[in-house]
Design a protein around this ligand. Structure first.
Ligand code: DAH
Length: 345
């Protein structure tokens, strides 16, 4: 019986060592160690042995079984490793290959200008505040000294939603909101950038556009403060060599009121098609806050004075980047927008 076991052992060892894959290994396992396997058959036949022989043969079978199982395990580990190596090889990435180009978005020219204006005014101690685009007639007009029926309302052709609500035509509405919201009725220094809407549509007017409003209220605020502030604003945004011209004008919310022109940056003031041969370009509206506006929004005009200004950010972006049609700013054409990729200053 010992020889029989020895013979089975040798055959099994050979078969297992030669097995060239998992299938053959499994077959060998079943053949020798399985329920109907050859070694199991030896154990079954032990009934015919003498009681002295039984433990000897039994332990011999067990030693052989263990030996075979260990060898099978080793083989399995070998297969696992081979499999892993094959996978690793297959999945190797060549990091020296050139990469595919990632398409980067670019900041919209209008947002660039808005951020620049915000940074500039924040550096001068202003807060940036916003208000609703769907505005009430009260804040858009009445609290700015533009009662119903005022002829100056005609300058701003409006989108009314109901008789009380409209899409705001000017960020000046946020002036009134800021004054009303200031509970102590103390000093104010804010800019209010945002979208505005009017019924206009041509190369220099869009039904949606962007404005920035400025408002400063304090004791003894004068025209000199307004002029100094606007000079810094315009020169920092468009160029230090430009000159400003304050032209008397009319706005219901300021008295006196000025329109501010700047020397044409295309021709330097000589006259060209951009400035319509005048040498000047109209840039913004401004003035000293009207006492009625102060009063209507809870401020005492005897104690406080202020200045305000407002300008179109689209115009500013157009001048800055030489854009000739305002509608380009709103069409989201990537061929246009891509040109502003890293196009700083
Ligand atoms: N809101 C005016 C407009 O839309 C611009 C403006 C003019 C704003 C004079 C002001 C100002 O604050 O003082 O045309």
């Amino acid at each position: 019986m010992k020889e029989q076991i020895e013979r089975i052992r040798n055959l099994a060892l050979e078969e297992i060592s030669k097995a060239s894959g998992r299938k053959e290994l499994d077959d060998a396992r079943v053949k020798y160690l399985g329920k109907k396997g050859e070694l199991t058959a030896v154990l079954r036949g032990m009934g015919a042995l003498s009681p002295e022989e039984r433990p000897v043969i039994g332990s011999l079978v067990n030693v052989v079984k263990e030996e075979l199982e260990t060898l099978i395990e080793q083989k399995e580990e070998e297969y696992d490793e081979q499999e892993l190596n094959r996978k690793l090889k297959e999945e190797t990435i060549d990091i020296t290959l050139p990469s595919t180009k990632v398409k980067r978005g670019s900041k919209h020219p209008l947002n660039r200008v808005i951020e620049e204006v915000e940074d500039l005014f924040v550096s001068m101690g202003y807060d940036v505040v916003t208000g609703p685009e769907l505005e009430t007639d009260e804040y858009c007009f009445e609290r700015l000294n533009l009662p119903k029926g005022h002829p100056a309302r005609d300058m701003q052709d409006s989108f009314y939603i109901t008789s009380e609500y409209l899409l705001r035509t000017q960020t000046s509405a946020v002036q009134a909101r800021t004054m009303m919201a200031n509970e102590e009725k103390g000093p104010i220094r804010v800019i209010c950038p945002g979208k505005t809407y009017r019924r206009d549509d041509d190369a220099t007017h869009s039904h949606q556009f962007a404005q920035v409003e400025g408002l400063v209220i304090d004791k003894n605020v004068s025209l000199a403060d307004l002029k100094g502030t606007l000079e810094v604003f315009v020169k920092k945004m468009l160029g230090e060599n430009l000159e400003l011209r304050f032209r008397p004008s009319y706005f219901p919310f300021t008295e006196p009121s000025y329109e501010v022109d700047v020397t044409c940056f295309k021709c330097g003031g000589k006259g060209c098609n951009l400035c319509k041969q005048t040498g000047w370009i109209e840039l913004l509206g401004s003035g000293i806050v009207h006492p009625n506006v102060l009063k209507m929004n809870g401020y005492d005009p005897e104690k406080y004075s202020g200045f305000a200004f407002g300008t179109g950010l689209d115009r500013l972006a157009m001048f800055k980047y030489g854009i000739t049609d305002i509608r380009l700013l709103y069409q989201n054409d990537v061929r246009f927008l891509n040109q502003f990729d890293r196009a700083d200053r």
